[in-house]
Design a protein around this ligand. Structure first.
Ligand code: CP
Length: 324
């Protein structure tokens, strides 16, 4: 798979025009997004959970794949910024009648929309849409195929920073179905840009992409040895819907070798945190006692998604974020 061109997300002055991938962004830019999210994090506890930053703007949630967390937190984030938010349901859209995704987008553009949040099963879908829109309309990638899920990576970085502020000291393990994971690819880019000590990718050989070491990670198929010295454990969902053929043995065997249990968690550093982007397959990649345990920050990730998505939307619509 060739990665879509990341330069499309900047205008000729180096301002961030769209948010399509973490790849190509600078450390300063990522830290800036995280710092701005910090200013939005307590909004949920306010009596009036709104600021007028996007008042008068129309945001369209254009999701051609199922989503609970991403779609809902984008909707809440947009509403907290005072935007008008339209949610389109893929099963009711004209694409089911044969209309192309670009014709659907052009139709919505004719209604004077300002921002599209796009999820699609095809890698590069958000890039394609961004390339065909006039300059004043922005696009955020909410997950494209196996390629990229940049806002998920940013909310994950925010969650890590809350618990472990010094990225330079961190060893992070990403465990499970790396092959099909857009989340893992975006996390690897973000962790390396933020300067972590090590990103260790752990999973069965069948689920680790060839040449992933070129992304600046170490790999192992041994979870027991691989958890040693780890500060952050990111568990990934087994993505049955993207698998061609039998890539794991039985689910029982997978859980036995790669499922995170309380016993295996003891092998990591004693203050290691456990993350999962969701949706979770309990008893397949993670035991319920770990997912619901004291080291888990899985629900913090969900909550933080609102502030981080507010930050990214505010920056895009404000037009001030520079490449460096
Ligand atoms: N993490 C994530 O993308 O979850 P959803 O599919 O529920 O949006």
């Amino acid at each position: 798979m060739r990665a879509p061109d990341s330069s499309i997300q900047f205008d000729e002055n180096g301002h961030l025009k769209h948010f399509l991938t973490v790849n190509g962004l600078t450390r300063k830019s990522l830290v800036n997004i995280l710092d701005t999210a910090e200013s939005f994090i307590n909004f949920g506890q306010r009596e009036i959970k709104k600021v007028p930053l996007l008042r008068g703007k129309t945001l369209v949630n254009l999701f051609f794949e199922p989503s609970t967390r991403t779609r809902t937190t984008f909707e809440i984030a947009g509403k907290r910024l005072s935007a008008d938010v339209i949610n389109l349901n893929a099963s009711r859209m004209s694409t089911t009648k044969g209309e192309s995704i670009l014709d659907t987008v052009r139709t919505l553009e004719a209604m004077h929309t300002d921002l599209f949040i796009v999820r699609d099963k095809a890698s590069g879908a958000a890039h394609l849409i961004a390339a065909h829109l006039p300059d004043h309309i922005k696009v955020i990638n909410a997950g494209d195929g196996r390629h990229s899920h940049p806002t998920q990576a940013m909310l994950d970085m925010f969650t890590i920073r809350q618990k472990k502020p010094d990225f330079s000291r961190l060893k992070v393990a990403i465990v499970g179905d790396i092959l099909h994971s857009r989340v893992a690819r975006s996390q690897i880019h973000a962790l390396n840009i933020l300067g972590v000590d090590e990103v260790r990718v752990i999973g069965p050989r069948t689920l680790i992409p060839t040449e992933i070491e070129k992304m600046g990670v170490t790999t192992t198929s041994d979870l027991i040895g691989g958890l040693e010295g780890i500060d952050v454990i990111i568990m990934l969902r087994i993505q049955h819907e993207r698998m061609d053929g039998q890539l794991i043995p039985s689910e029982q065997e997978y859980f036995q070798r790669y499922g995170l249990t309380e016993n295996k968690l003891q092998l990591a550093n004693e203050d290691a945190i456990v993350m999962h982007p969701g949706p979770i397959n309990r008893g397949l990649e993670i035991a319920s006692s770990v997912a619901d345990g004291s080291r888990s920050v899985i629900l913090n990730q969900v909550t933080n998604g609102i502030a981080v998505r507010m930050s990214i939307m505010a920056k895009l619509m404000g037009g001030q974020e520079k490449r460096s």
